[in-house]
Ligand binder design. Structure first.
Ligand code: HEM
Length: 438
């Protein structure tokens, strides 16, 4: 028998949807701790009934896992896969005829989704990625060269460097742009567009400098970024059809589904999802790993001496930071979840941050513990939509930290790091460091 719907008090509902709460990490985690205990599946209702549609917030690991893996009962389409205000959905419908501004892998369900996913699945597997190792290592080396050259100080000592600006933002961007065939001179444009799409809620990252933008302003910003992306990638696709190479851009440009080339909008969507999903996420987990290591000089020394500890650090950093903070799903049928009756058509938020800090799954979850085993976190999602780029993300981080460990003797924090204001992809936007180069 289902219980009466648990509705979150307005102040808690506000906290969950307010991008500023995501910059106040510890108090947000406190809220998720309470919710997992008292209301693990709870209804979030807009106060005035206008801003957004109600949705169920799911916070326990076990339930987030179950929903992620059940792609028949819980669909990515037809409602946005990222929490959106009602105006945003309306705007998108008017502009594109779809509830989403971009149609891509994340918004497709079966039977279309597996057909599109298959197109690039092999390309993203470790066997193929190995071919890129030398190229990624060269990018890591050049990035660490810039870090070592930056800042002030005596021989080997460096003061006042921002790891986010110098390393964790540019490095994954450069890798993903290489695989998409984007020349270096266009990378800043790509970075700006991604930050407008994902960091639209953060004044520093969106490049607008505007605080507290209205949902409408955010949508306009995102829509402009999407259009810009579409135009740009149409050019890349034309080029890769004429001159195919081994990169993923060529695979997408020359792909067929059911014997037909991809429609323009879907092709642009494919490029956009790889371009956008592929760097801000990895930037956030990379910065988080460095933050954890900078706070714990002994751990830096240990892994410097024993590189077999590195994969554990990478995996724990991905859990500890959980850069993709949530996804949304729509119920395809009536279903009961932890005593709550979910109706067909209801909207659900699966909260990866809450799930990855569930003490039922992870002992002492706020602790950065590189020896966690097993570490079956949900930062990459699970089920049919599990991150396509997870092997690439791990490989990039491992190569970068190998390079950093070779070149840096010791590191420490040189100020308070700042988190981005964003409900969707979140993490550090500044990480001031002081270090001694080897
Ligand atoms: C630490 C880094 C990363 C994290 C935390 C992350 C997280 C995620 C999550 C949670 C999803 C699932 C969304 C859902 O279930 O609805 C996802 C999907 C996806 N990710 Fe990642 N990602 C990362 C890096 C990357 C990289 C490097 C790439 C590619 C270059 C990438 C490409 C994709 C794509 C294409 C999808 C859509 C898959 C589908 O819907 O079938 N990601 N990612």
């Amino acid at each position: 028998m289902a219980d009466q719907a648990k509705v979150l008090p307005p102040e808690v509902a506000r906290e969950v949807i307010d991008p500023h709460s995501y910059a106040q990490w510890d108090s947000l985690l406190d809220t998720f701790d309470r919710l997992r205990e008292e209301a693990p599946v709870a209804l979030v209702k807009p106060e005035d009934g206008k801003l957004f549609d109600p949705f169920w917030l799911v916070t326990r690991y076990e339930d987030v896992m179950r929903i992620s893996k059940d792609n028949v009962t819980f669909l990515n389409n037809p409602r946005p896969v990222v929490f959106s205000f009602r105006d945003a959905i309306e705007f998108s419908r008017k502009a594109t005829g779809s509830n989403m501004l971009v149609d891509s892998l994340v918004v497709f369900d079966a039977p279309i989704h597996p057909k599109y996913r298959r197109l690039t699945q092999d390309w993203f597997m470790p066997r193929n990625l190995q071919k890129m190792e030398g190229e990624i290592r060269a990018i890591a080396n050049a990035t660490v060269d810039r870090l070592v050259a930056a800042g002030e100080g005596g021989v080997g000592e460096r003061e006042g460097v921002d790891f986010c600006k110098l390393v964790s933002a540019p490095y994954p961007l450069h890798v993903v742009m290489q695989i998409l065939g984007v020349p270096e001179e266009d990378e800043q444009r790509m970075l700006m567009l991604t930050q407008q799409m994902f960091g639209g809620q953060d004044a520093d990252l969106s490049g607008t400098g505007m605080q507290n933008m209205t949902p409408e302003q955010v949508v306009l910003l995102v829509a402009g970024a999407v259009k810009n992306f579409e135009e740009y990638f149409a050019g890349i696709a034309r080029d890769r059809r004429a001159n195919p190479t081994g990169d993923v851009a060529s695979v997408i440009a020359n792909a067929t589904v059911d014997g037909e080339p991809l429609p323009e909008r879907d092709m642009a969507g494919y490029y956009i999802i790889v371009a956008t999903a592929g760097h801000d996420t990895t930037s956030a987990s990379t910065a988080g790993a460095m933050q954890a290591l900078a706070k714990d000089p002994e751990q830096w020394a240990r892994v410097k001496a024993d590189r077999s500890l590195l994969p554990g650090i990478v995996e724990e950093a991905i859990r500890w930071t959980t850069p993709v903070q949530h996804s949304m799903r729509t119920a395809a049928e009536d279903v009961e979840l932890v005593g709550q009756q979910i109706r067909k058509g209801d909207w659900l938020m699966i909260n990866y941050v809450a799930a990855n800090h569930d003490p039922a799954q992870f002992a002492n979850p706020r602790k950065f513990d590189a020896s966690r085993s097993p570490n079956r976190h949900l930062a990459f999602g699970a089920g049919a939509h599990q991150c396509l780029g997870l092997h690439l993300a791990r490989m990039e981080m491992k190569i970068l930290f190998e390079t950093l460990l070779d070149r840096i003797e010791s590191i420490e924090l040189a100020g308070e790091p700042k988190r981005a204001t964003s409900t969707f992809v979140g993490g550090l936007k500044t990480l001031p460091l002081r270090f001694v180069a080897s």
